[in-house]
Ligand binder design. Structure first.
Ligand code: ATP
Ligand code: MG
Length: 241
C-alpha cells in the first residue's frame, strides 16, 4: 500500500523545549494506525505538528505526495488532513446543527454534497440528528465527542486523526465511538488514532507505533503488540519517572 502520510525525522516542541526527537511514521492509504505511549510521550504534540498548529524544527511531512511541514492549518485541512483534538473543542453555545455547519467552513461544495455529508454524519451518530437544536455545551461527554468527530467529517477527510476520543467517557459510549471509527475506516477513511485505551486501540488498528519521550521505540502489527513487553515497558517506564 502507498503511504498517504509519511513523516520522516520530525522534530518539534514548544519554544526552546524539544519534544519530538526524530519521529518517523507512515500511514498507508486506507489504513488504520494507532499511536500509543504514556502521558507526556509526545502523542498530542505529533498530531499538532501534523495539523500545522506547531511548526516542526526539522524533518519532513508528506501527505498525499505533497510536502506539508510548516504549512498553515487551514491549508492542511483543505488537503483533507483532519485533527480531532484532545478535549472536544466545540462552540458550546451554538447548536449541534451549527457546529456541524461550522465544520464546512472553507469548503467549496454544492448544497447537494453538503446534504450528503450531513447524512453521513447522522447515519454514523443518529443522536446528532435527533437533537439538532440543542447547544453543544449541554450534550453529554460522549455526544460532544460524537459532534467533534462529526464536525471533522463534514470536511470529508482523507485522513482523520483522533486524539484520545474515549477520554472521560463511560465504557458503553467508548464502544460506540470506537465502533464508529472502525465503520469510518471500512467506508474508506484513513485513520490515525491516539488512544489511552491501549488494548482496545491495538485490537482495532492494523499497525501501531509506540512513542516514548518523543521517539518511536517500537512499531508493528497492532495485534502483535497487544500485551507485549515493549508496550508494558513504555507505560511502566513513564510511571517510574
Ligand atoms: N503547550 C505546551 N507548552 C509546553 N510544553 C508542553 C505543551 N503541551 C505539552 N507540553 C509538553 O510536551 C511533552 C509532550 O506532551 P504531549 O501532550 O504531546 O504528550 P501526550 O503523549 O499527548 O500525553 P498525554 O497522554 O498526557 O496526552 C510533555 O512533556 C508536555 O509537558
Ligand atoms: Mg495527549
Amino acid at each position: 500500500m502507498t503511504a498517504l502520510l509519511k513523516v520522516d525525522g520530525l522534530h518539534a516542541g514548544y519554544g526552546h523545549v524539544g519534544v519530538l526527537e526524530g519521529v518517523s511514521i507512515e500511514v498507508p492509504e486506507g489504513g488504520f494506525v494507532a499511536l500509543v505511549g504514556s502521558n507526556g510521550a509526545g502523542k498530542s504534540t505529533l498530531l499538532r505538528t501534523l495539523s500545522g498548529l506547531l511548526k516542526p524544527t526539522a524533518g519532513q511531512i508528506t501527505f498525499g505526495g505533497q510536502a506539508i511541514a510548516g504549512a498553515n492549518p487551514a491549508a492542511i485541512v483543505g488537503r483533507g488532513l483532519l485533527h480531532v483534538a484532545e478535549g472536544r473543542r466545540l462552540f458550546r453555545g451554538q447548536s449541534v446543527r451549527d457546529n456541524l455547519q461550522l465544520g464546512l467552513w472553507g469548503s467549496q461544495i454544492s448544497t447537494g454534497e453538503a446534504a450528503a455529508r450531513y447524512e453521513r454524519v447522522h447515519a454514523l451518530f443518529p443522536i446528532l440528528a435527533e437533537r439538532p437544536d440543542v447547544p453543544a455545551g449541554i450534550l453529554s461527554g460522549g455526544q460532544q465527542q460524537m459532534l467533534a468527530v462529526g464536525q471533522a467529517l463534514m470536511h470529508a477527510p482523507r485522513l482523520l486523526m483522533l486524539d484520545e476520543p474515549s477520554l472521560g467517557l463511560a465504557p458503553a459510549v467508548i464502544d460506540q465511538l470506537l465502533d464508529a471509527v472502525v465503520q469510518l475506516r471500512a467506508q474508506g477513511t484513513t485513520i490515525l488514532l491516539v488512544e489511552q485505551m491501549v488494548d482496545r486501540a491495538l485490537q482495532i488498528a492494523d499497525t501501531a507505533y509506540v512513542l516514548a519521550q518523543g521517539r518511536v521505540i517500537g512499531q508493528g502489527p497492532a495485534r502483535e503488540l497487544r500485551g507485549s513487553e515493549l508496550v508494558r515497558r513504555a507505560y511502566l517506564g513513564a510511571a517510574a519517572t
